[in-house]
Design a protein around this ligand. Structure first.
Ligand code: CYC
Length: 169
């Protein structure tokens, strides 16, 4: 599991290079957004339960078949599993935000996830919608907390949806 800084150092060390202009620019943009990243993690932490709950409500409002008989989130056990998964995505998104690297998502969340979902019949499309809804809610929370620079916020949510959606070649 790596972060923006260790990723960069590993790349440069493997070819024995000093940190050049590109490296310094990458580092600078990471450190420039550092405080906002930490603040974002703080806002999510303070509102996590409510973000997951709201996102679940929006998701089931958009795709009500999920919680009807035959839907994958039907029965309280599966409903709870779905909200738990959303909570995983949100929590790991904050780790990736603070790290400035998607490595933690690849390693701890996404590895083998699509196969697991396929074998359990958990639909990928609605899962992707759930992740995107959480992204929107998190951005709303940031705006109301007065955090202006939120360009980096999309990254972990979009990374998870992209990796989940990707088809095997
Ligand atoms: C199940 N979700 C699962 C399972 C795993 C994960 C491993 C199978 C085992 C279990 O039931 O606990 C996901 N586990 C994870 C992830 C991590 C992990 C991501 C990394 C931290 O350790 N169903 C829907 C919705 C969606 C959903 C669209 C919510 C967005 O219709 C989720 N996931 C869902 C459901 C199950 C599940 C309903 C239970 C499926 C079943 O047992 O039939």
């Amino acid at each position: 599991m790596r972060d923006a800084v260790t990723n960069l150092i590993q790349n440069y060390d493997s070819s024995g290079r000093y940190l050049d202009r590109n490296a310094l620019d990458t580092l600078k943009s990471y450190y420039d957004t550092g405080l906002a990243r930490v603040q974002a993690a703080g806002v999510v932490n303070a509102n996590a339960a409510s973000i997951v709950k709201q996102a679940g409500l929006r998701l089931f409002e958009e795709i009500p078949e999920l919680i009807r008989p035959g839907g994958n989130a039907y029965t309280t056990r599966r409903y709870a599993a779905c909200l738990r998964d959303m909570d995983y995505y949100l929590r790991y998104a904050t780790y990736a935000l603070v790290a400035g690297s998607m490595d933690v998502l690849d390693e701890r969340v996404l590895q083998g996830l699509r196969e697991t979902y396929n074998s359990l019949g958990v639909p990928i499309g609605p899962t992707v919608s759930g992740i995107q809804i959480m992204k929107e809610i998190v951005k709303e929370e940031m705006a109301s907390a007065g955090i202006e620079d939120t360009t980096f916020l999309d990254q972990p949510f979009d990374h998870m949806t992209r990796e989940l959606s990707e088809q095997d070649l």
